[in-house]
Design a protein around this ligand. Structure first.
Ligand SMILES: Cc1cc2nc3c(=O)[nH]c(=O)nc-3n(C[C@H](O)[C@H](O)[C@H](O)COP(=O)(O)OP(=O)(O)OC[C@H]3O[C@@H](n4cnc5c(N)ncnc54)[C@H](O)[C@@H]3O)c2cc1C
Length: 375
């Protein structure tokens, strides 16, 4: 097949992953990033087996995870300390937790190694089905493939009229890194629940832990940045050792769910959060993005007809992505919208439900999926 060219809007995790998977298969690729620098904020990220396999196929797994903690168990505990859920990881079903910046830097380095051109301060405003990307400065670039990887509020997606819904959900999250001290759990993620609040403790590297404060959007003290330690201590009086270590930084994000009418139009395609933004309760948003980026290049390799390759790709990949969106949403509703006065019933319900193999399979279907294009 003659060499083909792609123009990509957005140099987040999604745009970079697509750029690598295409460049690995001989495409020339240019990525446009509206920010003036390429940088990632301080937090960790859950990488499940499906994401790790995808990153391995993209040639970045070892660099991205070189400092990351390997997780053995994931436990959710209610306000009384009862375990609501328990998930173990093994060699063929891994969970690794690097700082986001390590992952991002590894993707940038790999893209550059493959000759991908990354242009900063370059904002895309629209794409067209014939294979055109329009920039803010008025330039129109032609390509065999145009990719909208510009995040949940994707302007490029909407220029293609591919948005079906963008839902602003009831919960939000403040993420940050805190110093690790001796005695901190090193391989167990714990999600503590108290009413509609959750505090997520994640070992990240030898020096840092990743913590995430989740609450309802109407919980003013809960969503304050810097974190309102006094208010969080009231909800989690036994977690002073973690809460007191929180600094003044932190980033609050409201959960947003994106549903597309289709993932492509002609030679233009949407990927990552632009295609399937979702609440992060199952920690699969980026993992799905990596596997979909990998499979996208695989489908495109099968035919010179870009439009039909994109249609086939969506048909193959979307059912699993839709499934995860539904289950991560459901998880968030149980966590944030359950009335406080019935919290004990929630504990009983979750304890029983998560022991049912069918429920376990639904929650872990993506993690156990072997991505198309991965060895
Ligand atoms: C609290 C929270 C925790 C999460 N935890 C996890 C986790 O543990 N595991 C996991 O797998 N996922 C997790 N996710 C989801 C994951 O972060 C996202 O799925 C992933 O970052 C999406 O990457 P993206 O590149 O699609 O979008 P983005 O990260 O939003 O990147 C879009 C890029 O496009 C640029 N851009 C925007 N508009 C334009 C334009 N017009 N022109 C050019 N550039 C533009 C932006 O500047 C940005 O660089 C979490 C999300 C949240 C909110």
């Amino acid at each position: 097949m003659p060499s083909r060219h792609a123009e990509i809007a957005g140099a987040g995790l999604g745009g970079l992953a697509v750029s690598i998977s295409l460049a690995q298969r001989g495409w020339s690729v240019r990525v446009h990033e509206r920010s003036d620098t390429l940088r990632m904020f301080g937090a960790g990220i859950w990488l499940w087996e499906n994401g790790l396999r995808s990153l391995n196929a993209l040639g970045v797994e070892s660099e991205a995870t070189k400092r990351a903690c390997r997780i053995d168990t994931l436990v959710a505990r209610d306000q009384r300390g009862n375990a609501l859920m328990h998930r173990e990881f093994g060699d063929k079903d891994r969970m690794v937790l690097p700082p986001r910046a390590d992952l991002y830097d590894a993707l940038i380095a790999r893209a550059q190694e493959l000759g991908v051109e990354i242009r900063t301060s370059s904002t895309a405003v629209a794409a067209r089905a014939v294979g055109e990307l329009e920039l803010e400065d008025g330039k129109v670039l032609n390509a065999d493939l145009v990719v909208a990887a510009d995040g949940v509020f994707s302007r490029v997606r909407e220029s293609l009229l591919l948005t079906k819904r963008v839902d602003y959900l009831e919960e939000g999250y403040t993420r940050l890194l805190i110093p690790r001290i001796e005695g901190d759990p090193a391989s167990e993620i714990t999600e503590y629940w108290s009413g509609s609040r959750r505090l997520l403790y994640d070992p990240c590297t030898e020096d840092m832990n990743y913590v995430c404060f989740c609450c309802n959007v109407d919980d003013v003290a809960g969503r304050a940045v810097p974190v309102d330690k006094g208010s969080w201590l009231k909800s989690f009086p036994d977690l002073g050792g973690i809460i007191e270590r929180v600094g003044d930084d932190g980033r609050w994000d409201r959960a947003i769910r994106v549903t597309c009418r289709h993932w492509s139009r002609g030679r233009a395609v949407v990927v990552g959060d632009a295609a399937h933004g979702q609440p992060p309760n199952l920690g699969q948003g980026a993992n799905l993005t990596f596997q979909n980026a990998l499979s996208l290049a695989d489908y495109l390799d099968r035919t010179s007809d870009v439009e039909s390759a994109l249609t086939m790709w969506e048909k193959g990949e979307r059912p699993l992505t839709d499934h995860v969106q539904r289950w991560t949403d459901l998880y968030g509703r149980v966590a944030s919208a359950w009335p406080d006065r019935f919290a004990h019933r929630r504990s009983q319900f979750l304890e029983r439900a998560t022991k049912v193999p069918w429920v376990d399979n639904q929650l872990n279907r993506a993690a156990r999926h072997i991505p198309v294009g991965a060895p």
